[in-house]
Structures are given as structure tokens and as C-alpha cells.
Design a protein around this ligand. Sequence first.
Ligand code: 8S8
Length: 108
Amino acid sequence: MLYDDVHKRWVPAGSEAPSISRVHIYHHPGANTFRVVGRKLQADQQNGRRLLRAMVINCPIVKGIKYNQATPNFHQWRDPKHVWGLNFGSMEDAALFADSMMHALQAL
Ligand SMILES: CC(=O)N[C@@H](Cc1ccccc1Cl)C(=O)N1CCC[C@]12C=C[C@@H]1CC[C@@H](C(=O)N[C@@H]3C(=O)N4[C@@H](C=C[C@H]3C)CC[C@H]4C(=O)O)N1C2=O
């Protein structure tokens, strides 16, 4: 999700329709960079053709960001332009993601 600062509300990232997505943290060892990448689980169907599973988040993990575990299954962080929020399907998913995020932030 992205926070719409104008209207003071969370909006689904990547499209108008809220969707279940799979979110990964990718590490580029060469450059030692990390990024959060998420794609919708459900491929969009349009005129019968299966389209790519839309990207909903593709955001570099910047050294020094503060990762806020606001609730056991809603975590959020700021980048220069956006505030991102992840509503996890389970507290276990949330804890796994947070561990990876913390690992990435320590490795930067
Ligand atoms: C200093 C700073 O930047 N502080 C940021 C947080 C922050 C701190 C430290 C480092 C980074 C960041 Cl990012 C801040 O406070 N921010 C960032 C933008 C938004 C917010 C500002 C105001 C609102 C008030 C309510 C609150 C909120 O959104 N709570 C959630 C919530 O209302 N929802 C989401 C789920 C659960 C709740 C937890 C799911 C959908 C919706 C809902 O439950 O329907 N807010 C924030 O978190």
C-alpha cells in the first residue's frame, strides 16, 4: 500500500484494486544493493490474453531507513517520495519479511 498524503489515506500500490501480492527482497551481491519487489498473485486478464502479473512495488532499500513494525502484520517505511505499507497475510509472514529487511539494512 502507499499512503496518499493529500487525502490522508492508504491506497493499494500499483493499481486501483487491492490485490494479494507476493513480496520479495532481492539482493544484488555485486553492488550490494537490495530492493523490495512485489507482484500481484493474480494475473490480469484482458481480452483473453494473460498479462504479466503486475508489479505493485519495486523500491530500493536505502541505507538508514527506519522500518516501522506498526502492528504485528502491518509494517511501513518511508522513501524520499513515498510511504510504503505492507499488510501481511500472517504474523509469521510479517516476521519473516521484517527479519530479511533488518538483515538488508545491516548489510548496507
Ligand atoms: C513519523 C512518521 O513518518 N510516522 C509514520 C509511521 C512511521 C514511523 C517510523 C518510521 C517510518 C514510518 Cl512510515 C506515520 O505515522 N504514518 C506514515 C503515513 C501514515 C502514518 C501517518 C498517519 C496515520 C495515522 C494512522 C497511522 C496508520 O496508517 N495506521 C495504520 C492504518 O491506519 N492502516 C493500516 C494498518 C494499520 C495501522 C497501523 C492499513 C490501512 C489502515 C487501516 O487500518 O485501515 N498513520 C500512519 O502510519
